[in-house]
Design a protein around this ligand. Structure first.
Ligand code: MTE
Ligand code: MO
Length: 198
């Protein structure tokens, strides 16, 4: 009894307001799942407020320092999933290699089919942000973002673009797909920044 209530107390710190814990892993997105037969035509474009635009092949990207992180994810629709183990390229290490212009204050992540999401550059550059290719030691499935997705765990999970194809640095904060449709420009789950009016 004592341990039970103690655990509950701990979970309450860890679970943002009005979220419930899920054991499975829901699949959620707008649009179609891309199914890649090969990654020959895949690239990641880095552009905007940088000295030089870059287009990296999947293999070139994999040469950057990789990290493994464990974190909790929180979807704005109300589910949270604890203890996700991700593996992928460290955003910080990748971006250190790009010469950003001083006005690069925001990031727009571009996914397949023109889907986008926006966030401040400091949030993207956190040590816990990564471009993940694996979850729980296995390659991402097409539904969860194969071959590469962003993971920015301290914001609601819609900021973690699946099927990432571009990273744009921008001087101003331009709303992405869900942000244009009423979602919050920042999206801190612990402050319940779900909608633009929150
Ligand atoms: N490209 C793309 N990425 C996306 C989305 C999307 O619609 N398109 N939806 C977001 C939302 S709302 C959530 S909750 C998570 C869901 O990721 P999952 O399906 O791996 O759980 O992906 C995010 N990334
Ligand atoms: Mo979501």
């Amino acid at each position: 009894m004592f341990f039970g209530s103690k655990r509950k107390e701990k979970n309450n710190d860890r679970l943002p307001p009005n979220q419930r814990l899920t054991e499975g892993w829901p699949v959620l997105h707008h649009g179609n799942v891309p199914y890649y037969k090969s990654l020959e035509k895949w690239d990641l474009k880095i552009f905007g407020c940088v000295q030089q635009n870059k287009e990296l092949t999947f293999n070139e990207l994999m040469n950057y320092p990789q990290i493994q992180v464990r974190n909790d994810i929180h979807c704005v629709t109300g589910w949270s999933k604890f203890d996700n183990v991700w593996e992928g390229v460290s955003v910080k290490a990748l971006i250190e290699d790009m010469s950003l212009l001083p006005e690069a204050n925001y990031v727009i992540l571009h996914a397949e089919e023109g889907w986008t999401t926006n966030l401040p550059i400091e949030d993207f550059l956190r040590e816990t942000s990564l471009l993940a290719h694996s979850h729980s030691g296995e390659r991402l499935t097409p539904e969860h973002g194969f071959p590469l997705r962003a993971v920015v765990p301290h914001l609601y999970f819609w900021k973690s673009a699946k099927w990432l194809r571009g990273i744009e640095f921008a001087a101003s904060n331009t709303p992405g797909f869900w942000e244009r449709n009423g979602y919050h420009m920042y999206g801190d789950p612990f402050k319940e920044e779900r909608f633009s009016w929150d």
